[in-house]
Design a protein around this ligand. Structure first.
Ligand SMILES: [Zn+2]
Length: 239
């Protein structure tokens, strides 16, 4: 193979992997500013994706109320339309609600029309039960490209990623979730960062996904960190 070709191929491969990193890495800022976590090592945002989800969401609201903390919920529009009352309960308890698209597709690979429709439809579904504009957005799977972020901003939404992921969208016990999150918090504190934790009270495949391990893990994390003087905040505090 001619040398120049090999070099060109290597450059292209590096460029492609940089783009894949920017599209999928939770903390990449290459495609535009995205809210992750400020330099406040004593703050934690508990964020819950893929709801509302009947029992898991209800039990989670009880746990959060018992510990008197507010969390952030990124809801899927099609479930919001099926459970508007549960969405009202989340909001009236003082939690922050954000847009997680209408149907949870991989946005990085969708057409411009579909991206705009997914974000606008979820906003419309939420604004009815909330009676207020939605201000935050999390891309499904964290997958994005510049158009996704531009579209979000044009709809008044700040894109939000995370810096701890607990892998709780598959069956996993509460102790495993707690140990993954605890390791992540320690790492963020060493780096002088707040922790923006993505957990799942729902599942994008449908309402009714089993997420009680996440609810139990939340209770244990709050028992563990509240006595240490950690502040639990919503992502709006950091915007
Ligand atoms: Zn999701």
């Amino acid at each position: 193979m001619p040398d120049a070709f090999v070099k060109a191929a290597a450059v292209l491969t590096a460029a492609a992997s940089a783009l894949a990193y920017a599209a999928l890495s939770p903390q990449s800022q290459l495609f535009g500013p995205t809210l992750v976590a400020p330099p406040k090592p004593n703050e934690i945002a508990l964020t819950y994706d893929d709801g509302p989800n009947d029992e898991a969401t209800q039990r989670l609201l009880e746990v959060l109320a018992r510990h008197q903390v507010h969390a952030t919920f990124f809801l899927i529009g099609r479930f919001v339309r099926q459970r508007p009352q549960l969405v009202r309960e989340i909001a009236s308890a003082g939690h922050l609600i954000g847009n997680h698209t209408a149907t949870h597709p991989w946005l990085a690979w969708q057409s411009a029309v579909r991206i705009r429709q997914e974000l606008a439809d979820c906003n419309a579904a939420l604004e009815d039960p909330l009676g207020a504009p939605v201000r935050f957005f999390r891309a499904p799977h964290g997958a994005r490209r510049p158009y996704v972020l531009r579209t979000a901003r044009s709809l008044g939404l700040t894109p939000v990623q995370w810096n701890i992921i607990a892998g709780d969208w598959v069956p996993v016990d509460p102790a495993t979730i707690v140990s993954r999150v605890t390791r992540g918090i320690a790492r963020n504190q060493r780096r002088n960062r707040a922790s923006n934790i993505v957990l799942h009270d729902g599942g994008h495949l449908g309402i009714g996904q089993p997420r009680m391990a996440t609810v139990e893990a939340t209770d244990r994390l709050l028992n563990q960190y509240k006595p240490l003087g950690i502040n639990f905040v919503t992502v709006a505090t950091w915007a």
